[in-house]
Design a protein around this ligand. Structure first.
Ligand SMILES: [Fe+2]
Ligand SMILES: [Fe+2]
Length: 340
């Protein structure tokens, strides 16, 4: 059973413990399935926390993406809370959640669409952890890693920022630029996360390494150690996934960008910094995936991506009605969003 905030409670979640009103009236019995009406009722009655059943059924066909994603958010919420309180993290639960996420990463175009729909569902740190996990699994599949490695990559994604539970919320959520001192604080999440993950000696050591080194850059400009070169495969995969999610998701210190400009930024960042084996496959697959997508152009017109030049993948040819825009030659127009 998990105690979670009502703000991160998802529709369809099963209640783990009877819920009472302030005057001890039974509001909702254990086992009830959460509906929109229940959520509204909780808000009216100022009920902020409830107990829920732990993620249970496994059959892929019976679990929607939203359900799995919501369950993963609950698990991240719960293990981060335990870590913050100094309690042991239930790594079995992290492992089980990763198994469920693994089942969701097959249909790539659907995955990206679903991930876009999930933004703003919960605190940034929670959605970010789940997104990075899904992206790590995706990259593992694209690189044709074995299933054990892909599973460990998924766990590395879920856990990579766990050290942030020890960083002051005011610094983590600060809008605008951080002072040097605040940045030094943020940097500590890498080593803190590493030490926490090491508490479980059964986990692949690379999961801890990914937490430690996902902000290292091959040119030595990263942190915490400023190591030069491509140090660790897991950390390199997490670094690409982390950067992609950070630039496509709106949060306190950056504006949300479309997957196209994310791919462009990622590509620029990759030179001498990110492992090109990983950023290249990611870049190629992402830009190819967008053929056929509906996009919104900076001239406010909606069109369909019909051709991608591999040398300039973020500047495709877009069809609007019976007109064609070649963004490779018409540099004044950009894609500002992908629309469904
Ligand atoms: Fe991080
Ligand atoms: Fe991160």
């Amino acid at each position: 059973m998990l105690k979670i905030k009502v703000s991160s409670l998802k529709l369809g979640t099963q209640i783990g413990k009877d819920i009472f009103t302030y005057d001890s009236q039974l509001l909702l019995p254990r086992g009830s399935i959460i509906t929109q009406e229940h959520l509204e009722n909780f808000a009216v009655r100022d009920i902020n926390e409830v107990y829920i059943m732990e993620a249970t059924p496994r059959q892929k066909s019976e679990r929607s993406f939203e359900n799995v994603y919501g369950g993963a958010l609950n698990v991240v919420n719960s293990f981060m809370m335990e870590a913050r309180l100094g309690n042991n993290v239930d790594f079995n639960e992290v492992s089980e959640t990763t198994d469920l996420l693994l089942e969701q990463v097959f249909d790539v175009s659907d995955l990206f669409r679903q991930m876009r729909l999930m933004k703003d569902k919960a605190d940034y740190l929670f959605t970010h952890s789940v997104n990075v996990s899904l992206l790590c699994i995706l990259i593992g599949r694209w690189l044709k890693c074995d299933e054990k490695t892909i599973k460990d990559l998924g766990m590395a994604g879920l856990l990579h920022d766990i050290g942030k539970v020890y960083i002051d919320d005011e610094i983590l959520n600060k809008p605008g630029k951080l002072t040097q001192q605040e940045f030094e604080e943020i940097k500590k999440h890498t080593l803190l996360g590493y030490n926490l993950i090491l508490q479980n000696p059964l986990l692949n050591h690379d999961i801890a390494n990914a937490a430690l080194m996902h902000h290292e850059r091959a040119d030595g400009s990263g942190y915490p150690a400023g190591i030069k070169g491509y140090t660790n495969f897991f950390a390199s995969v997490v670094a690409v996934a982390d950067l992609y999610d950070a630039i496509t998701t709106a949060h306190t210190y950056s504006n949300r960008r479309s997957p196209y400009s994310a791919a462009e930024i990622l590509w620029q960042e990759s030179f001498g910094k990110l492992d090109p084996k990983i950023s290249k496959v990611f870049y190629d697959k992402i830009t190819n995936f967008y053929v056929g997508n509906q996009v919104l152009l900076s001239n406010n017109q909606k069109g369909t991506v019909i051709f991608i030049d591999p040398t300039q993948p973020t500047r495709p040819i877009v069809m609007v009605g019976d007109k064609f825009y070649n963004l490779a030659t018409d540099r004044s127009i950009t894609i500002i969003d992908i629309i469904d």
